[in-house]
Write a new protein. Structure first.
Lengths: 802, 343
């Protein structure tokens, strides 16, 4: 909402500094976004009269003028304009004054100077140099100096008068952010009331009235002077419809005081009738519409739902096909307006319009909002209706429009007004309990103080009850009154206290576990990332995930295909991040995220599961660096995992993928990403990833590691180089060794070899075994016997000492 | 005879002294010691000649020999420490390094900046007695809207603003749904924070994202007031930003709170004077807050005549971006490692 300060001052004298005004309004709930000085940067431009004008002696095109700038001062100005004559009233920019450059609108400071030897002490200017357009001043010569004698209000001019004042551009436009609950503040009078309450200033507001030049008999609707019928078919969506008729209409440009107020509010003046509807809407916050009565077929107005597929061309020149949910204003034949949104082009006001119908109605907010969305056009009118509107205000607004018609002399009003009214105008009463108000606020505002504030806001007080002004559709409950009192009293004047909380902040197991996970992974060089939880449906195929793992919760109205479904797997998100880093030429990195995957469930909310996804890429990474991270992670969490080759996951390199289980339960998968998967994400190079279920990890994790006594007796070390068939796994070997050993403290694989010294189809694995007893020193004999037992067991699997 | 021995001792002493002085490393000195003072050394050899001396003369020679031994040992000790010092100094000189060389480090991974901030929030609230509660992100409309006094037809429910899965299931637009679930399950007193992901249909740009994070707080008990809300937020903000920050409460509107407020923080760059960071206003818009609307309490089976509450919600992205002066929200979700390493 843009508010003209000049307009505001018609109703309340807010003559404080604009900064103070803005601060005050913001703190009482009408937030000022910014304000604009509309005459800026214009400076030192006054009305002057050309006393004498002669040809420049040294130029064909230049003229030398002597201009009376008021107060007896005379200014010599050299001009190239050809439309200035002796006696003309012109705007002159004095030395040091500022205008706008005609070509690019930039700021131009006027200095004294010489043109072909003749001194020029200022400049005469055109309308564009004042930041105005041809529409603002239709009489002005677009290529010459603005000749003010042609101005309809030239009789108000005095020499030396500030031209911005005269042309009505000396004003400040304040931009407010109005919250949804305050449609009343989308109006000058609404904001004037707020101003009055905020600064405790008196309001200067009269009920509008009109005299009605054209009388009629008592039986109004059939009266020939009125000759109009109104019928509301859908009273749910239209609770009140008022109509008035104006005859002998003369459409002309509006007088300056109307035009300047519209302009300052960001509305372009068009003609007196259209301007009056806009003016009243801005002033009272109630949207109005005017129809050319010639085009109201059958002199009948019907408020009804559109027929499915019915068409109308609106004032924006575009045709709309309507649905049955759309409320329209129709005549006997066709829709003539989309109710509350926009009028039809056909029945719009034109220069030859002779008779008009003014509409002032109340439409259902939700219906208007949906309609505006449906036809893709949100207007000043629909923006007001959609927030809910006071039916009583419809009458005031109509009266104001008719008052303006008479005041501007643009037509004759038929005295009878049609008012189809099914609205509830019973004011809301709320019991006022000052104690309760203070209990809500934690304040100590006296009864008097509370009543005084409410009265300032236009509330009435009667028998312990507060009567809410109709226009305040947002006030229904005691808590609403509390806010009213608090905002005028000042939110920041209310004390600050702390509640006494009995509960003690608890930490969930999940949170502790996630924190621990982060600490361990970060210790291994992994960076935490945060990715979107929705992905493209296509991402599953891109990541070569199975059909069965690709069932997602689908978003009905996504922003785009890229974010169309809730992810059922973390892998695409991880691969996107690695691809982005790869494309940004980062040589490598380790990442992790504990994120949710969303698994659809029949007839209930999706299952949201936490998954830990780890991803690595870069020269130093391989399968075993990833496995090292995971082993360390598991050890620190007290999880004893088993790794086994997994061939069935197509996202991964089938020769380098392991399923991770714990007590025969699958807890995750890890491995190198399949080269095709990487290629699908545009990564040339190897990528490693692991996906682990947080729930399972937690379940298998030991809360606390148990202390083991530090060894007191020496250890004994033995190395075993074993020759085994190529397909034997290291896991199998170490399992056999461990199962057959006693006193084995540590087993470490330190070399794998296959080559010239090893027979075809075989490989050599070398282990370092450390033995130790807790209660005595081991003897060679003891260890030897263990080793031979191990070797015997290995031999049964064709594994020999090398 | 005795004179002869005594002279020999003198000669030996002087010669050994000079070789100690001449010895230029520890080994030389050790050799000198073994050669002259050892069990089979020169001094012992000289003393062996004492056998020919009388009972009276022996102590004289013995005393002389001991005197010489002591002197020499002292000289050796002195020379050794001298040499050790010299050797050490030499080594130190040799081993001197350029202390401005870069260190060898192992760089661990880092927490995402939003995690760091969220963690701070959780710690602060926990210390104030709040419990962290989570809830589903894909949520029923009744928990996201209806019970929060946002009935069907309300603009917030438009498909232009909210992601729908079906008519009655949406991606939650705020974590207030968790508050509703908590109020339905638990009896006051309630003091919770509900951090988590929320979703709104905003296109991605420098200040918007269709997925973002909120941390909302709810307190419900007897006699909870707007003043309690103010005090709580002041305490929280001072813990987060330091004691010098000031808060400003402005009236605002939310369907689920009444009275409602928007809360501004004095600009921590200019301390409220006005600077480019706060666009000259001196204040930065931080969060929305209010006294829980009685209808919301009623919807959750809590009697608004007995209980009252307050709630507020903070955007995690916003405070993260402000804390680290990150100028583009997209960076938070791009996860470029050069970005992630910075926090």
């Amino acid at each position: 909402m843009n508010l003209s300060m000049k307009w505001l001052n018609d109703y309340v004298r807010a003559d404080m500094q604009i900064e103070e005004f803005s601060r005050g309004m913001t703190m009482s709930g009408s937030k000022v976004e910014k304000w604009v000085d509309l005459s800026a940067p214009l400076e030192k431009i006054v009305c002057g009269k050309v006393v004498k004008i002669e040809k420049h002696t040294d130029s064909d095109k230049l003229w030398v003028a002597q201009v009376d700038a008021g107060n007896g001062s005379s200014v010599q100005i050299v001009t190239g304009a050809q439309n200035v004559t002796e006696g003309a009233l012109v705007p002159i920019v004095l030395e040091g004054g500022v205008v706008l450059n005609r070509t690019d609108g930039s700021v131009m400071k006027i200095k004294r100077g010489k043109l072909r030897g003749v001194e020029s002490m200022g400049m005469m200017c055109s309308f564009d140099e004042l930041g105005l357009s041809h529409e603002d001043l239709p009489y002005a010569d677009p290529d010459g100096i603005l000749i003010l004698d042609n101005d309809p209000e030239a009789d108000k001019l005095t020499l030396g008068m500030d031209i911005t004042e005269f042309l009505g551009i000396k004003d400040i436009a304040v931009e407010f952010e109005i919250t949804n609950n305050r449609p009343d503040c989308l109006s000058v009078i609404g904001l004037a009331k707020e101003t009055s309450a905020t600064f405790n200033l008196p309001m200067n507001l009269k009920q509008p009235e009109f005299s009605g030049a054209i009388q009629n008999s008592k039986d109004s609707q059939s009266n020939s002077a009125l000759n109009l019928k109104v019928k509301i078919e859908n009273r749910e969506l239209c609770s009140r419809y008022m109509a008035a008729v104006v005859k002998n209409v003369k459409t002309t440009p509006s007088p300056r005081w109307i035009a300047e107020r519209l302009r300052a509010s960001g509305v372009r003046p068009i003609n007196n009738i259209v301007d009056i509807t806009n003016f009243v809407m801005l002033e009272y916050g109630h949207p109005m519409h005017a129809f050319d009565k010639r085009y109201v077929a059958g002199n009948e107005i019907i408020v009804r739902n559109a027929f499915e597929g019915e068409k109308i061309t609106l004032l924006d020149g575009e045709e709309r096909v309507l649905t049955a949910q759309t409320l329209v204003i129709a005549d006997a034949d066709k829709p003539i307006a989309v109710a509350g949104v926009m009028g039809g082009e056909y029945s719009g006001i034109m220069t030859d319009t002779k008779e008009i119908v003014f509409e002032s109605a109340c439409f259902d907010g939700v219906s208007i909002r949906k309609t505006a969305q449906r036809i893709g056009r949100r207007t000043e009118s629909s923006a007001r209706f959609e927030k809910g509107i006071d039916p009583a205000n419809a009458a005031t607004a109509l009266l104001r429009a008719l008052e303006l018609i008479e005041e501007l002399g643009c037509g004759e009003v038929v005295k009878t007004i049609i008012d189809e009214d099914y609205s509830n105008k019973e004011p809301v009463r709320i019991k006022h309990n000052p104690k309760k108000i203070n209990a809500i606020l934690g304040s100590d505002i006296s009864w008097d103080g509370q009543i005084e504030i409410l009265k300032r806001l236009g509330f009435k007080y009667e028998n312990g009850c507060v009567i809410v002004p109709n226009i305040r559709t947002d006030i229904r409950l005691e808590c609403d009154l509390a806010e009213e009192i608090a905002r005028i009293y000042g939110y920041n004047e209310i004390p600050s206290t702390l509640p006494r909380l009995i509960s003690g902040g608890e930490v969930s197991k999940e949170e502790i576990f996630e924190k621990k996970t982060g600490i361990i992974l970060q210790g291994q060089g992994c960076h935490e990332m945060t990715t979107f939880s929705f992905i493209s449906q296509k991402a599953y195929a891109k990541a070569r995930l199975r059909e069965s793992d690709s069932k997602s919760v689908v978003i009905r109205n996504p922003l785009g295909e890229e974010t169309g479904v809730m992810r059922a797997s973390m892998l695409p998100s991880m691969l996107e991040v690695i691809a982005r880093n790869y494309n940004n030429r980062n040589p490598g990195g380790r990442f992790y995220e504990i994120g949710a995957v969303y698994i659809p469930c029949e007839n209930q909310l999706p299952n949201e599961q936490k998954v830990l996804c780890i991803g690595l890429y870069g020269e130093k990474e391989d399968f075993l660096t990833l496995k090292g991270i995971i082993e360390e992670f598991f050890e620190r969490l007290g999880i004893k995992p088993d790794f086994s080759a997994l061939l069935s996951n197509n996202s991964y390199h089938t020769g380098r993928c392991a399923e991770i289980t714990c007590d025969n339960e699958i807890i995750g998968v890890m491995g190198e990403i399949h080269p095709f998967t990487a290629e699908n994400f545009g990564i040339v190079g190897r990528v490693y990833s692991a996906e682990l279920k947080m729930g399972k990890l937690m379940q298998h994790s030991l809360d606390v590691a148990k202390f083991r006594a530090l060894p007191r007796f020496p250890s004994m070390k033995r190395d075993l180089s074993l020759l085994c068939p190529e397909e034997t796994t290291a896991g199998e070997l170490s399992r056999i060794i461990t199962e057959n050993a006693v006193n084995l403290e540590q087993i470490k694989l330190f070399d794998i070899y296959s080559g010239p010294q090893v027979p075809e189809g075989m490989k050599s694995l070398s282990y370092e075994l450390i033995f130790r007893k807790a209660d005595s020193t081991l003897t060679d004999e003891e260890t030897d016997s263990v080793i031979s037992k191990i070797l015997k067991a290995l031999e049964q699997k064709d594994i020999k000492l090398r | 005879m005795i004179k002869d021995i005594l002279d020999k001792i003198d000669v030996l002493r002087d010669s050994v002294l000079s070789s100690i002085r001449d010895g230029c490393n520890l080994k030389d000195i050790d050799d000198v010691r073994i050669k002259n003072l050892g069990k089979k050394g020169e001094l012992t050899r000289v003393l062996k000649q004492m056998g020919n001396l009388s009972e009276e003369e022996r102590p004289v020679v013995g005393a002389k020999a001991n005197e010489a031994r002591e002197m020499l040992e002292e000289a050796i000790t002195e020379r050794v420490s001298e040499l050790k010092l010299r050797e050490c100094e030499l080594n130190i000189k040799k081993e001197t390094i350029d202390v401005t060389l870069p260190g060898k480090r192992f760089t661990g991974g880092k927490s995402h900046p939003m995690s760091i901030v969220l963690n701070d929030l959780k710690e602060i609230f926990r210390s104030m007695g709040y419990t962290v509660v989570n809830g589903p992100e894909i949520e029923e409309t009744r928990f996201v809207f209806d019970m929060l006094n946002t009935p069907a037809g309300h603009p917030a429910r438009d498909e232009g603003d909210t992601f729908y899965v079906s008519d009655d299931v949406v991606l939650r637009t705020q974590t207030s749904s968790v508050q509703i679930r908590t109020m339905l399950e638990e009896k006051p007193p309630i003091a919770i924070i509900s951090p988590g992901r929320v979703y709104r249909r905003d296109e991605v740009d420098a200040t918007h994202s269709p997925v973002f994070h909120q941390c909302e707080a709810l307190v419900v008990d007897k006699n909870i007031t707007f003043a309690d809300l103010k005090g709580t937020l002041e305490t929280f903000m001072k813990r987060l930003y330091g004691d010098s920050v000031r808060l400003r409460f402005r009236p605002h509107h939310f369907p689920y709170t009444e009275p409602s407020a928007e809360v501004d923080l004095s600009c921590f760059k200019c301390n409220g004077v006005g600077c480019p960071f706060c666009k000259g206003e001196g204040w930065i818009e931080m969060l929305g807050a209010g006294v829980v609307h009685p209808v919301v309490l009623q919807n959750c089976g809590i009697d608004p005549e007995i209980y009252s509450g307050f709630a507020f919600g903070i955007g995690l992205e916003r405070i993260t971006m402000m804390r680290y002066e990150i100028d583009d929200m997209r960076l938070l979700y791009e996860n470029d490692i050069r970005f992630l390493r910075q926090f």
